[in-house]
Design a binder for this molecule. Structure first.
Ligand SMILES: [Zn+2]
Length: 65
């Protein structure tokens, strides 16, 4: 039994029925997970191609006047 890392919903994945690299999505929270390994099943959230904002805005040096 594999639980969704996000919401802990039972994803009902049978490790013998899935392959590495397969993408499953949680019906509960809608998050997509890529199956990294099947034994044991390890899931990685699929990063959608969103524009990621930089965590820190770096001001360029040389702005002194
Ligand atoms: Zn979920």
């Amino acid at each position: 039994m594999v639980a969704c890392p996000e919401c802990e919903n039972d994803l009902d994945i049978d490790e013998e029925e899935v392959d590495e690299g397969e993408v499953v999505s949680c019906p509960e929270c809608g998050t997509d997970f890529e199956i990294i390994t099947v034994n044991p099943i390890e899931l990685k959230p699929v990063e959608e191609e969103e524009v990621e904002e930089e965590e820190e805005e770096e001001t360029e040096d040389g702005d002194y006047s």
